[in-house]
Design a protein around this ligand. Structure first.
Ligand code: NAP
Length: 287
């Protein structure tokens, strides 16, 4: 076992145990948190993610509703379903699994979700609140990463943080959270020149690229905290296993702390979805 590992699975279990008290307090007031998960199409990875989210809800005592729509579902039908869920008092959180089929306009769909039920934190109102430093729903993956920093007492104030990736789901909200927390943040992407010159300065390095073993040991400052968000499936010739964006075996010898894949950020993402759903129910109950 690597000594400097950030064990996302263990932290996720700890947090999920603590959620039980909050769910019980809501139950005592006649409220069961409810999450609706909409999946359009048959993307195999999305099917696995949705199944995992629904079973995590069940284990946490959260009511969940899985809505499966055909890949050729019309945008109107999808929007009508969201409107129905927005009005349903048993549902506190609504999640539309991405990516959506190509004929559907993602932004229109995400904006249709009530901002009060937007447990993924992708609605423009919630993105704006996060950018202003007053977040309401924090996107689950970067939220989970911040919880990992907290659990390991990572001091981010004044530290150099480098985020590789600028997606709306991971990179941008991760950068905003780190800025709000007091780090000095650099965001790198596919147009960044001399990437390693940035990553080598990082006290905190977050990789959200989607390329297996992209971050090599020579790109990492000794003693850095390295968070690997990537989830990549290796080819059958390479063993077919899941693998992160970081060359774990080499980088673990350089980093002070590092997340594995699997068992790092992944379990935390689902855990923070549960946290946001419970939070949405608590807000509805005025708690
Ligand atoms: P994405 O939307 O594809 O974004 C990837 C980012 O990486 C983009 O900003 C892209 O730059 C940048 N990039 C690509 N090639 C690069 C290069 N050579 N140098 C520097 N930057 C480069 O992906 P995402 O949704 O953010 O997800 C990233 C990874 O995290 C994926 O493996 C995904 O499966 C995983 N993920 C994991 C979780 C979890 O729970 N663990 C959750 C979400 C995502 P441009 O913007 O310039 O194209």
């Amino acid at each position: 076992m690597t000594q400097n590992l950030i064990d996302g699975k263990a932290l996720a279990d700890e947090l999920r145990t603590a959620f039980k008290t909050r769910v019980a307090a809501l139950a005592a007031r006649g409220c069961r948190p409810g999450l609706a998960v909409i999946l359009a199409g048959e993307n195999p990875a999305s099917q696995v993610y949705v199944r995992n989210k629904v079973s995590a809800c069940e284990a946490a005592g959260i009511y969940s509703q899985k809505i499966l729509l055909a890949a050729d579902v019309s945008q109107e039908t999808l929007l009508a379903k969201i409107a129905e869920l927005n009005a349903n008092p048993a549902i506190h959180g609504i999640l539309v699994q991405l990516p959506l089929p190509r004929h559907i306009h993602e932004e229109t769909v995400l904006e249709a979700i009530s901002a009060e039920k937007d447990v993924d934190g992708f609605h423009a109102e919630n993105v704006g609140a996060l950018a202003q430093g007053n977040p309401r729903f924090i996107p689950c993956t970067p939220y989970g990463v911040m919880k990992m920093f907290e659990a390991h007492k990572v001091d981010w104030v004044g530290k150099e943080a480098v985020v590789i990736g600028r997606s709306n789901i991971v990179g941008k909200p991760m950068a905003l959270l780190l800025i709000n927390a007091g780090a000095t943040v650099t965001v790198c992407h596919s147009k960044t020149r001399d990437l390693a010159s940035h990553t080598r300065r990082a006290d905190i390095l977050v990789a959200a690229v989607g390329k297996p073993r992209f971050v090599t040991a020579d790109m990492v400052k000794p003693g850095a905290v390295v968070i690997d968000v990537g989830i990549n499936r290796l080819s059958p010739e390479e063993g077919g296993k899941l693998c992160g964006d970081v060359d774990f075996e080499a980088v673990k010898n350089v980093a002070a702390l590092i997340t594995p894949v699997p068992g790092g950020v992944g379990p935390m993402t689902i855990t923070m979805l549960l946290a946001n759903t419970i939070e949405a129910a608590e807000r509805r109950m005025g708690a």
